[in-house]
Design a protein around this ligand. Structure first.
Ligand code: PEP
Length: 247
């Protein structure tokens, strides 16, 4: 059976001291987890977290990757650089990057391609805004976002992880109900099935105010293969509770 994946997204949070404590607390409590695990840390802390996670079952994730390979792109970080720090996953197309950094569907698709080319698994985020949901456009929006990634990545699409993150649920405390999330996941799964013979092995994560209290019911849905966790990933006990719910 496909193992679930619980991935934390620390966003722009942390410090050397706070990261050290958080990861040590998680490692002490995690035991033999049934799921795969990762933490997405700010780029400046990759080296520190690589050392703290060495030899453990928790993988390292980055929060972004350049769409370019190398060269005059001030401030950007390439896939090859991430790879040098043991990065296994990279979040691409998070709604905060789409919203605040103008990332288009095409840029997100290129970033996913760049990650795959470096042997890093992209966690591709898709999701609708509240206005789009209220206008009945949820399926149209997530399918358009995913279609760009499928178009650019061809048969390699079976190597990505997809995270459905309704924008209105991120950091707001409002979660999609398990049924609402499952409905969109089923749409995404059908789209992936049409694009790949291996769609069943693609992990579809849910993200958006997943927490210790609601994780089990979300993770029980047939097409929810894990979670992308923001706020709750910054509290060791909450993150551990979510990990324990992912079996
Ligand atoms: C996220 O940033 O990907 C996220 C899901 O955040 P939160 O869990 O805080 O809503």
């Amino acid at each position: 059976m496909k193992k679930k994946l619980i991935a934390g997204n620390w966003k722009m949070n942390g410090s050397l001291a706070a990261n050290d404590k958080l990861l040590k607390d998680i490692l002490v409590g995690v035991g033999q987890a049934a799921c795969q695990m990762a933490v997405g840390v700010p780029a400046v802390y990759l080296s520190q977290c690589q050392a703290l996670l060495a030899g453990t079952a928790i993988d390292l994730a980055a929060q972004d990757i350049s769409a370019h390979e190398v060269g005059a792109y001030t401030g950007e970080i390439s896939g090859a650089m991430l790879k040098e720090f043991g990065v296994r996953y990279v979040i691409v197309g998070h709604s905060e990057r789409r919203q605040y950094h103008g990332e288009t569907d095409e840029v997100v698709a290129l970033k996913a391609q760049r990650a795959l080319g470096c042997g890093i698994t992209p966690i591709v985020c898709v999701g609708e805004t509240l206005a789009e949901r209220e206008a009945g456009k949820t399926d149209e929006v997530v399918k358009r976002q995913l279609a760009a990634v499928i178009h650019t990545n061809g048969h390699c699409i079976s190597e990505v992880v997809v995270a459905y993150e309704p924008v209105w649920a991120i950091g707001t405390g409002k979660t999609a109900t398990p049924e609402m999330a499952q409905q969109v996941h089923a749409v995404l799964r059908a789209q992936l099935k049409a694009a790949s013979d291996h769609a069943d092995r693609i992990k579809l994560l849910y993200g958006g105010s997943m927490n210790a209290a609601n994780a089990a019911s979300l993770l029980a849905q047939p097409d929810i293969d894990g979670g992308l966790i923001g706020g709750a990933a910054l509290k060791a006990q909450d993150f551990l509770t979510i990990i324990a719910a992912a079996h």
